[in-house]
Structures are given as structure tokens and as C-alpha cells.
Ligand binder design. Sequence first.
Ligand SMILES: *Cc1c(COP(=O)(O)O)cnc(C)c1O
Length: 430
Amino acid sequence: MNYYSLNKQAPNTSFKNAVIKGLAPDKGLYFPEHIEPLPKAFFNSIDSLSYSEIAFEAIKQFVSPDIPNHILKTIVDETLSFDFPIVKLNNHISTLELFHGPTMAFKDVGARFMARCLGYFNKNNNNKVTVLVATSGDTGGAVANGFLGVEGVNVVILYPSGKVSDIQEKQLTTLGQNITALEVNGTFDDCQAMVKTAFLDKSLTDNMQLTSANSINVARWLPQLFYFMFAYKQLHDKHKDIVFSVPSGNFGNICAGMMAQQLGLPIRHFIASNNANNVVTRYLTTQIYTPKPSVQTISNAMDVGAPSNFIRIQEIYKNRFDVLKNNLFSYSFSDDDTKEAMLEIYKKFNYVADPHGAVGYLGCQAYLKENTNAHCVFLETAHPTKFLDVVETVIKEKQALPEQIQQVIGKEKQAVSIATYDDLKRFLHT
Ligand SMILES: *Cc1c(COP(=O)(O)O)cnc(C)c1O
């Protein structure tokens, strides 16, 4: 598969090159030249396929011929070494738990897949690749964990000081080896802006091979389409009209879901569930797209004022507002709404949701008020104990810490403080 730049000012390129470059030279995001729907037989026989088999079939066209099938099979197997269970709350709402990976965030899948692709491409290369990534919380940990020990790859993670949870901070600052954390005196948008500037800075890119592991990178973004297929496998014999409510920040996850739909997966609608950062909710009502500085919320991984993947969604629907609007619903919720929802989910269903999942749950409820007969699946994008303070304050129950979290909690934070782009540059040069 070749990829083109959504800015249309750069040559088309291979999967390999798109992964290594991250962003096209014209600053555009890469997008596959063509999407070949999977045969009907694939969906009809999905019950007999394992998660690895489903994932392999779904991703194959996007990576071939750069990664041979037998290697891709191994990459997929290693990436998906944990479960993706559906938990049914009632006849209209389920949650898809995406937090069973090593850092207990859905981003583990994309990070693990990308790390293995880059490791394969860089195997016989003497030039180190530096992965530069901005995180609003979970990306950092997932990328750090996914890339830990991958030869020929250094990882530099920028995170906003004081704006990620304690556990998230531990996950991204305690690994050492080829992973460095930079604590930025600023917001997530500041971190993201610095990373973007670095990619365009010739004085850096002439001297080092920089790439991104944010969802702008196709190898981070595309594997997220697996989740929607895994949910379908678990639900399709009981429920026909499946709708996904995706707690959204940079819109990579939901956009990957739309790719699954392009591959033929029967999905009735998508719901982009937002916190107070509601650029897309407003766009769908006003048809005016106005990115804004992000505001801080308790669902901090979605505190994004300018969602980087929205342009890919526009591309999928060829910029036709009506077509998009027929497929995508969007609602926005306050922190108070979110806390109330966490309590309601706990009281009604005896289920502990994290703040992001709770926003997804609220999206389901809002949708089901307008649309009947659907089965709405909200994605539980992180384990509730990653947001321990909020969760315990709201539901007033002590939470037991899972193994993955216990492991990092006693480790010592190691981070380099920076404030400006010049600080970042100085760090990368040394
Ligand atoms: C990253 C993240 C999101 C947002 O995902 P996008 O793909 O950026 O829309 C939602 N919830 C959690 C817990 C996350 O870490």
C-alpha cells in the first residue's frame, strides 16, 4: 500500500517510509491510497477466527509488501497478547474493555504494533531513529512500554507538567534504557506544537531521523481498527445495530473505527463523545470548525483543542458534511456530568468506569434518547485505577491496584524539565 499526504504537496510513499517519517514533508498526515473492503465471507465467518487472524486479515493490505506475511503474523500475535472483553451493562449498552495491556490504556495496541514495525524496518540500519512523542497522559506510557529495548530506536516523550495522573507519570518516567521523559512547563497543546515544530526544523531533521508515535503515525493509528472487529465478533449474533461511542481526543481511535467500517464492518453509527473540548461536537451542529486552546478536565487524555486526526475523517467522507453527519453523532459533557455518570454506572451496574469511559457512556445515553433499537458499545479506554484520585473520590470505594500498576508505583521518576522549543532542541542535539 502506498500513502499520500493529506496536504497533497508531497510525493506518495510506501508504508515503510510513512512509518519512518511519521508526517509527510509537506506536514500532511499520510492516508492510504486505496481501501479494499474485506470479502463478505470474512465477516460471516468471524466467529471461527482468532483475534490474531482477524487482525492479520484486516491490516495486511495496509502494510504489504513492506512487511512479509510471516513477519506480520508474528507482529500481530505479539501485539495482541491480552484480552479485549465486552462487558454487557444492559440490553442497550455494553463496554469494550481496552485496558488489559501492559499500561492499561487502549494505546498499548498501536504502540506495540508500531514499535515492532519500526524495529523490523530498522533492523539492518546503523542510523538510530528517534521517536518524538507528545502525550496528554496515556500515549507516553504506552509508547515507552511498547518501545522499551527496541534496538536502534530512542524514544523522547514530552508531557505537560502537573497535567497527567500520578500513575501515568510513573509509567512514562520510570523505564530508563532507550526512553527519556521531558516534563514540559505548559499544556498538552504546547507539547504537541513543539513536536510538530521539531519535525519541520531542518537543522534537526538534517542530522537525525525523527519520527512520531502519536496517532498521526499510520502504524500507531491503523491497528486501532482491530477493536471494532473484536467487539463485533463478540456481539453480532445477539445485536444487529451496533453503535460505537468513542471517548475522543485526537480522534485517532474513532477514525480507525471508521476505517473498519470502510473495510465492510457493519456499524450503524459512531458517537464522538467529548469532554468540554468540543470542537467536533460544535462542528456537527454549526458546520464551522474552530480549533481552540484545550481546557483541562478530569478526562485529561481527551483535552485536545485541535484534534489531529479530524482531517483523516474528512478525507474518509470526502469532505461531504451530510455524509459525515449521517454517520457520526457527537455530544460533549462537563466534569460534573462525568462524575455523575461514574456514580450511576457504579450504582446501577456495579461497574467501575474511568472518567473517559464515563464520557463514552454518557454519549451512549444521549444517542439512545434519539435513536432506538441500537446496541451501543462505549470503549473503556483506560483502567479506572489510572485515575485513582477521581475514581475513589466519586464512588467512595477503595480500588485494588492491578499488577501492571503496582509494578510502577514504587519506582523513581526521572524526567528532564523543559519550557521552550529551544530547550527541546538543545536536548535533542546533545
Ligand atoms: C488517548 C486517549 C483517548 C483519546 O483517544 P484519541 O484516539 O486521541 O481520540 C481517550 N481515552 C484515553 C484513556 C486515552 O488515553
